[in-house]
Design a protein around this ligand. Sequence first.
Ligand code: TRP
Ligand code: SF4
Length: 325
Amino acid sequence: MRERVLSGMRPTGALHLGHLLGALQNWVVLQGEYECYFMVADWHALMSEYEDPKEIRRNGEQMVIDWLACGIDPEKSVIFRQSDVPAHLELAFILGVLTPLPWLERNPTYKEQLRELATRHLTTYGFLGYPVLQAADILLYQATKVPIGVDQLPHLELAREIVRKFNSLYGKKLLEPEPLLTQIPKLSGIDGRKMSKSYDNAIALGDEPEAILKKSQRMFTDPLRIKFSDPGHPDQCNVYSYYKIFAPAKKEEVYDYCTNAKKGCTECKTNLGSVLLQFLEPIREKRNYWVNRQKKVTEIIEEGKRRARSVAEKSMSEIKELVGI
Ligand code: TRP
Ligand code: SF4
């Protein structure tokens, strides 16, 4: 039997290049090796978006379209929505009663999010329990491998601690999940900060060609290269870091014309725009295919619900049996 993988994303807005490089490309590879469950984490989205949750459902559907466009294959993987499987909340409750508060309060990701999303009023009961629900997501499918970014490591460590406590209380049963960290090139947003929808610095997978070109033109460059005749420092230029990722064959050429002031930044950014257009073209095509087949997308999510439920319900009845409830 193949090991199981589970991962999820919160449907809080359009997916961008950061999601593709940081997660989706890896998910696509994992599909060949593992039995994969990819989850639209809509309850997790509600935790931060509860004041204005109207977009969560539509974002979830759009996110599945992005996944499909990037090569997540519903024949190989189970694509499902967390809220379609009630067992997630049931197990989160059971795990919640045995999770000591200090484990949650010391979580660095939680503290960072409180700071970053200060306007969202996240000092809530639900948000503190974010990693408890995440542990439930993983344990319901007995996933042994969880592909995540480093920011999610504390959550996975907590899931492991929760498993150990569960097992010691109720007799060993649940498996401890392990993180699958991917070696990913760091991709900044067009302003050099972390790529994020909330910074308005992201290139979305569904961006129109004109938007991609415009954003490329807006990218921050080497601040020391002011005039055309100033030699540039590619290693301090965000545009160059994009070349390294998306057009490695061109990087020597760019390095040369930049450091010798043979071409200007405007031209360099225009060329990068074409590189990104070409890179995203196949994704855009597949996206359009699915956008025009909304009914099929709904069917995929329905099928995911059926398959996820059957695994989750079985786990849930075993767990209830163990707990004695
Ligand atoms: N917390 C994850 C994130 O923000 C999303 C997520 C929810 C998740 N449940 C999960 C990831 C289970 C891995 C496993 O990125
Ligand atoms: Fe950056 Fe290109 Fe300008 Fe050099 S020429 S500073 S690599 S944008």
